[in-house]
Design a protein around this ligand. Structure first.
Ligand SMILES: Nc1ncnc2c1ncn2[C@@H]1O[C@H](COP(=O)(O)OP(=O)(O)OP(=O)(O)O)[C@@H](O)[C@H]1O
Ligand SMILES: [Mg+2]
Length: 353
């Protein structure tokens, strides 16, 4: 499923070179762009009628379905099961957090981490930048990472620190992470539209969006702009979800929290962005500070029970509370330790001689 999609816009009925050129000029370069577009978007960007836009979206989805890239309207449970069996889980390097996800961060899904400042959202994203590169047999995704940074908080030196602490090749790890610095809401929308190509060209298996809402939240201020903001966020989320499924990749987004003044009991914070983000996220995890540790709470999942667990932010990224003082748990780290042990044994022998 992560292989290149071998259908072209011109394979659609009624789309000749002129329409193709018109679509491309409006930023629609692949059939996936069309399938994931909204009618309004096409009408606005291409100046076509609603009916044409409708037909183009409908036909592109039908073609992708026929070729097996998109789920059919009706699929057997067996087909669904086969599709799910291609799903891969990526370790977070914290056993506790992995257990909360019953194994790790899934492909074919959008996983949302939300929480207040300093709760560890960005640290988890940095750690995943490394674990996603591990081969599948070592609980990684065996591919590159695309990091969409909307808050200018991506730090290559932090990734390097985590890589070093886990005995990974720092240069190799950094060269497999592609960073898109995004400065405004429409830039984010554009990048998300171009995601299909970026994923294929760079063998991406994990896309991080840190954070999904900050730009839209900053730009669309006041009640009057709320519905426009929600509409735009909806299009972004909708496309992310489709892309996770079509390319069998993991998508991790972070979200901010907002005060919820109508809460009388419990925690008076809730994720920003309302239902739009919640509905499109497959998994929602709430992060909270708990002294030196961090608490992760599974708020919404189609298959996991409500649960919570604790993890820690450490030099090696994310780890478990009891292990933070000991060594990190990754296979990289284990390999590094093994290498050291072998070396020491050799050195011992040499010393004896
Ligand atoms: N090398 C490190 N070792 C240990 N802890 C670290 C290290 N680097 C950062 N931290 C801790 O991580 C925390 C910041 O977490 P993070 O940046 O993930 O927050 P966030 O949830 O993304 O917040 P925001 O909403 O502001 O983006 C701080 O408490 C900081 O002390
Ligand atoms: Mg952050």
């Amino acid at each position: 499923m992560s292989e290149a999609i071998e259908v072209d816009i011109s394979d659609l009925p009624g789309v000749g070179p002129a329409t193709k050129a018109k679509l491309e000029a409006g930023g629609v370069t692949t059939i996936l762009d069309l399938a994931a577009a909204t009618v309004n978007e096409l009408v606005e960007n291409l100046g076509i009628t609603e009916e044409t836009a409708h037909n183009l979206i409908f036909e592109s989805q039908r073609l992708l379905r026929d070729k097996g890239y998109l789920e059919k309207d009706l699929v057997s449970a067996q087909e669904l099961f086969d599709r799910r069996s291609k799903m891969v889980k990526c370790t977070t390097f914290s056993k506790n957090l992995d257990n909360l996800f019953a194994g790790g961060i899934e492909t074919q899904a959008v996983t949302e981490f939300y929480g207040e400042f300093g709760s560890g959202k960005t640290q988890i994203c940095h750690t995943l930048c490394l674990s996603a590169q591990l081969p599948v047999e070592e609980h990684g995704l065996g591919g590159g990472v695309l990091y969409i940074d909307t808050e200018s908080t991506f730090r290559p030196e932090r990734v390097a620190q985590i890589a070093r602490a886990r005995g990974a090749d720092v240069d190799k790890a950094l060269s497999n992470i592609h960073v898109a610095k995004v400065y405004n809401a429409s830039h984010l929308e554009l990048i998300v539209k171009a995601l299909g190509n970026l994923i294929q060209q760079n063998a991406i298996k994990l896309v991080v969006v840190d954070s999904i809402i900050s730009l839209h939240r900053a730009e669309f201020v006041g009640r009057g702009t709320l519905s426009e903001r929600q509409q735009k966020l909806n299009a972004v989320m909708h496309r992310l979800k489709r892309i996770a499924e079509i390319y069998n990749i993991a998508i991790v987004i972070t979200n901010q929290v907002q005060a919820s003044p109508d809460t009388f009991f419990g925690d008076p914070t809730k994720p920003a962005g309302g239902n739009i983000i919640g509905h499109a996220s497959t998994y929602r995890v709430y992060l909270r500070k708990a002294g030196q540790e961090r608490k992760a709470i599974m708020i919404d999942s189609p298959c996991h029970p409500y649960g919570d667990t604790n993890f820690m932010i450490i030099e090696a990224g994310i780890g478990d509370p009891d292990e933070s003082k000991k060594s990190a748990t990754s296979s990289w780290k284990t390999r590094a330790i093994e290498k050291k042990t072998v070396k020491t044994a050799k050195e011992d022998e040499e010393e004896k001689e």
